[in-house]
Design a protein around this ligand. Structure first.
Ligand SMILES: Nc1ncnc2c1ncn2[C@@H]1O[C@H](COP(=O)(O)OP(=O)(O)OP(=O)(O)O)[C@@H](O)[C@H]1O
Length: 251
């Protein structure tokens, strides 16, 4: 596989609910190993785009291609095999509260691999160590801080070594230090697993510090106003609302 090739391609995409077009005329590319941010003001359709990208909401128009395969036009088996390369984490971490961290991280391995108990235990240890939670196998989610829960959610999302990781507001509710730590962790994991990451976020410090690529969705014109590395989008000012958003005070 060509590592420099486009990994995800979004072509002339319109997304929304029923008659309501939340965004349209979206055209952008996510390259392999990108940390790609979906950026824009409240209610512009970032989560809606993520839902369409992970197969939960068929687009109203257009295409989403993974490695050249159009997801919504593919048959069920092809869709399943694409999805098996994805890791998804939601705002809350979405851990099962009645299961320990070890059990939470083991679950995808039990469901989708034929690993032995020993191999699963080793993989769980490795993934918890990667997110800085070595030794927390026996803890329940409620016994952890918010930041630790998010990292545990991340450990579960990477259990199957996904090629592509999706995050919805990963640092929502975290203090700035924990948020910075999570950013560093995302970069480390991306490198350790050779993954590509797509993140929905409001967090300007994260967008500008770790983002290698992105798209800016506008809630007034209902389309994208720019795409590319966030630092470049901030500097070139393709539209006043992009400049305003990406250069606002962050303190
Ligand atoms: N299930 C739904 N049915 C109908 N409309 C919806 C649904 N979910 C979201 N919307 C609407 O779609 C628009 C985009 O919502 P979305 O949650 O994608 O925006 P967002 O950019 O992620 O917002 P935020 O940054 O505030 O989380 C909003 O106007 C929202 O009210």
């Amino acid at each position: 596989m060509n590592d420099t090739a486009a990994f995800v391609e979004v072509r002339d995409l319109a997304i929304g609910y029923g008659q309501r077009r939340v965004q349209q005329a979206l055209n952008f590319t996510v390259n392999r190993n990108d940390i790609f941010f979906v950026i824009g003001g409240s209610g512009c359709g970032k989560t809606t785009l993520l839902k369409s990208m992970i197969g939960l909401l068929p687009p109203l128009q257009g295409q989403i291609l993974y490695n050249g395969t159009e997801y919504y036009g593919a048959n069920h088996d092809t869709q399943l095999s694409l999805m098996q390369n994805w890791g998804i984490t939601f705002q809350t971490g979405a851990l099962f509260s009645s299961m320990t961290l070890g059990e939470n991280v083991a679950l995808p391995l039990q469901l989708y691999t034929d690993y032995s108990e020993q191999q699963i235990a080793e993989a769980v240890d490795y993934k918890l160590a990667l997110v800085g939670l070595a030794g927390y196998q026996k803890y329940y989610p409620a016994e952890l801080s918010g930041g630790m829960q998010k990292r545990a959610g991340l450990a579960r999302a990477i259990a199957l070594d996904p090629e592509l990781l999706f995050f919805d507001e990963p640092s929502a509710g975290l203090d700035p230090i924990s948020s910075l730590r999570l950013d560093q962790l995302i970069v480390e994991i991306c490198q350790a697993l050779n993954s590509t990451v797509i993140i929905v976020s409001h967090e300007l410090p994260s967008i500008l510090s770790i983002g290698t690529n992105g798209v800016f969705l506008d809630n007034q014109t209902n389309t994208m106003l720019d795409a590319g590395p966030p630092q470049q989008m901030a500097a070139r000012g393709a539209h006043p609302r992009v400049t305003q958003f990406l250069n606002r005070e962050t303190s």
